[in-house]
Design a protein around this ligand. Structure first.
Ligand code: XIL
Length: 379
């Protein structure tokens, strides 16, 4: 029979104890979103001005405790980063990246090229006329190189181009498109790649379940890859409501992007409970509507029936996300509490919406525990 030396016995004891530790950790039920979901995908949120300036400390505590990924709601948009040509303002974006690093979070940069929240000077000359294609290319290149190289190795992925394709699959008639045609997209991806070859590069959009839009996005991504230009994934914003889209359509879009060999992430998720008043459901921030009392039904609070319906809708989406977790790398909520949400002011200013996972008093809604449980018990 083999004899145990004292050293082997000590080693054995240590192994036994570490095994007990592992079992204890495995057995402990997750209590936060990131504990419940991180084996499926990163769970993220958007940081706003109040988070970055320390005036919403309760919100920040929730971010640290619950989420493993962050994106900047506004401070990395070009009108804030470069309000005048050559004059960059990095104060807030630096705070955003430092916060993510201090808390070991996955950091996404949003967004380099977008028709909205871009400074007017980008497209015009001193006389107010459109600049030439060569000048716009130079300005795009300088903006992208300056921003991406500043955060090289720190920001893990960039929403390089945002919202360039319409629901019917046509290109948006933006200034970028008017001056450069479709070519502005490959150029933006190429410039981002040059500045940080290790960063992941994404195309991001809303209503990305529309078949025409979906197919056009895949076609665009394929044409980039055929030309040897890097594109890693598709960000599906996910500004959904109670009736749009169907879970089936959303799933079909996730599957289509994944089957095209692209990473997929849900990047700006929330479930608005309010009726969408427009003729077309859109998240283009210019498509606004006038306030009317009858389209703001929950000013005084949510009745139980609405609360239950909203929770079911949220859980239907998270069930889909978890079921699709082999295709999704990240699910990011567009804000922390209901009070933060842009949906209180879009597409109608001054309504009261309830689209996020934490209420206006910073309490986790009951759905949070249910999502954690879904994450723990599935696949
Ligand atoms: C929104 C912000 O949440 C608002 O604070 C801002 O006033 C307008 O932009 N699609 C996007 C996001 O890609 O950047 C937008 O964010 C929402 C729609």
């Amino acid at each position: 029979m083999k004899k145990f030396t004292p050293t082997a016995m000590v080693l054995g004891l240590l192994l036994f104890l570490s095994g007990c530790g592992a079992t204890a950790t495995r057995g402990k039920a997750p209590t936060t979103l990131k504990e419940g979901l991180n084996r499926h995908f990163h769970i993220g949120t958007a940081l706003n001005h109040h988070h970055l300036h320390g005036t919403d400390t309760k919100g920040l505590e929730i971010v640290k405790e619950q989420f493993s990924a962050i994106v900047a709601e506004n401070c990395m948009k070009s009108m804030y980063l470069q309000p005048k040509e050559g004059e960059f303002f990095f104060g807030d974006a630096d705070k955003f990246v430092e916060f993510g690093e201090r808390n070991s979070m996955h950091i996404t940069g949003h967004t380099l090229i977008w028709h909205s929240q871009a400074p007017g000077w980008l497209f015009t000359d001193d006389a107010g006329n459109d600049v030439s294609p060569e000048v716009l290319k130079k300005r795009m290149r300088n903006h992208i190189h300056t921003v991406v190289s500043r955060y090289k190795g720190r920001v893990k992925g960039w929403d390089v181009v945002n919202e360039a394709i319409l629901d019917n699959g046509e290109y948006r008639d933006s200034k970028f498109y008017q001056i450069l045609g479709e070519e502005f997209i490959p150029l933006a991806f190429q410039y981002a790649y040059e500045a940080d070859p290790d960063a992941e590069l994404y195309y991001n959009d809303y209503n990305e379940w529309h078949v025409g839009k979906r197919d056009a996005i895949i076609k665009m991504a394929n044409s980039l890859r055929e030309r040897g230009i890097r594109i890693d994934g598709i960000g599906m914003q996910g500004h959904v409501g109670m009736n749009y889209p169907s879970i089936g359509d959303y799933k079909a879009a996730i599957d289509a992007y994944a089957n095209a060999g692209l990473k997929v992430m849900v990047t700006e998720f929330e479930v608005s409970i309010l009726p969408h008043p427009g003729r077309r459901v859109s998240s283009n921030i210019a498509d606004t509507e006038a306030y009317r009392n009858e389209i703001d039904p929950y000013r005084e609070g949510l009745p139980d029936s609405a609360r239950i319906a909203w929770e079911e809708r949220m859980l239907d989406f998270f069930s889909l996300f978890i079921e699709s977790s082999d295709k999704l790398t990240r699910v990011t909520l567009w804000g922390v509490t209901d009070g933060d949400s842009w949906k209180n002011n879009f597409p109608v200013r001054g309504r009261t919406d309830y689209p996020l996972l934490f209420d206006r008093e910073y309490n986790a809604k009951p759905v949070v525990q249910k999502i954690i449980e879904l994450g723990r018990t599935n696949k």
